[in-house]
Design a protein around this ligand. Sequence first.
Ligand SMILES: *Cc1c(COP(=O)(O)O)cnc(C)c1O
Length: 488
Amino acid sequence: MNRIGTRGLILKEKLIFEHSDPGRKGYSLPALDVPPSTLPEELSRLEIEGFPEVSEVDVVRHFTRLSTWNYGVDTGFYPLGSCTMKYNPKVNEVVARLPGLAGCHPHTPERLSQGALGMMYDLQVALAELSGFDAVTLQPAAGAHGELAGMLMIRAWHEAQGSSRKKVLIPDTAHGTNPATAALCGYDVVPIASGDSGVLTAETVAAHMNEDVAALMITNPNTLGIYEADIRKICEIVHEGGGLVYCDGANFNAVMGIARPGDAGVDVMHFNLHKTFATPHGGGGPGSGPVGINKKLIPYLPKPVVVREGEKYRLDYDRLESIGRLRSFYGNFGIMLRAWAYILTMGGEGLKQVSEMAVLNANYIRARLEETYHLPYKNRSLHEAVFSDKNLGGGCHTLDLAKRLIDYGYHPPTVYFPLVVQGAIMIEPTETESMEVLDEFCDAMLAIAEEAENNPELLLEAPSVTALSRLDETAAARKPVLRYRAEA
Ligand SMILES: *Cc1c(COP(=O)(O)O)cnc(C)c1O
């Protein structure tokens, strides 16, 4: 692939050291007409061998080209299942950057930050209304952090009842953070099988429920993209047995404005503002994982709690049974602003339409691909479709397909998750993609399936358009080589 010239995106950029040409300078200024001052010795670094000598335009081009290597939702379709990589309207960014909001110091006295507190209060109310809960905390900084908040509240509630239940039931279709959270809170995780249909049945829950079970943690819609239709009955069974129900609400994008988990009997649920509520995310950047709870857990909310008294807002620290503080100040305020702007611009009907479109798009992809790609669970899916690599020919596997998609210009979908599907390919298009984009993506998926049959090395050797092809992903994380040395 050593083509002459440059065509479009330059994915074979050399290292800055390799651009070096001794004697080149990164500036052009007139000769000095004053005596030069010498740099103090302790400030000059002499130990960098082969320090690159490049011109200004070399530097600018080098780093600008590198910047185009970041694949993002602003560059193209990003069907990463479970992550809800939807397009984030720029108006949210404008709002979050308004100087009065962006520059608002968290130590500003309450009487001078009524607008900020009011926004947080209104966001809590809106999320509670959308989900059917009695109260919402905005403190957690991510979904998994919200799970921690929720499970700590559940534990505090059990302790207040004098119960020392030890177990948490978790179906095999739950997100991996769920068992991690339960274990972090000191619980023993009891995995339960969802069975051939991919949904948890009330009977299965009943068979596992006993006086040692503190809670059930359920992801709904689950990681197969299927709605847990028995949820109401499941909640009744857990409650009758003296436990509480935690719902992982990261997939709320599929049911917003349509179903309210609080109404179904769920006790606690986290939201991912950085998924459902159109906040940019990825790379471990700032997020927000608010938690909705029903009445009985209100005393345990993390503090401070934003409260409204008449026309005024204040932060309530005086909460004896609180699980305490989870985050410096009040959580990621900038993310809350983006989510609030999104909710206001969409409106109630708009949010409902978001979910309807997300489900329609996922089912469109499913319908176009299900004759070619193996679909292990046939139940109607909601916002994502999970295929397997069972039908992929030429000895190719999920990883090869994912790498080949890069050659077609797509970010690969989520692969090898959920674990209940061997060689899983989890596609979540979200509502923000047009039919043309979905069709192009499906065409690429179908073309790759054909390549696997007839020309499998195209997959096995993919990606071919990138600077490097297959990386040793484990060594890259465990033994990163961060320093360049010229070859001797
Ligand atoms: C993303 C996700 C989480 C974790 O959320 P983070 O914000 O990444 O901590 C939990 N459950 C599900 C189903 C998710 O998709």
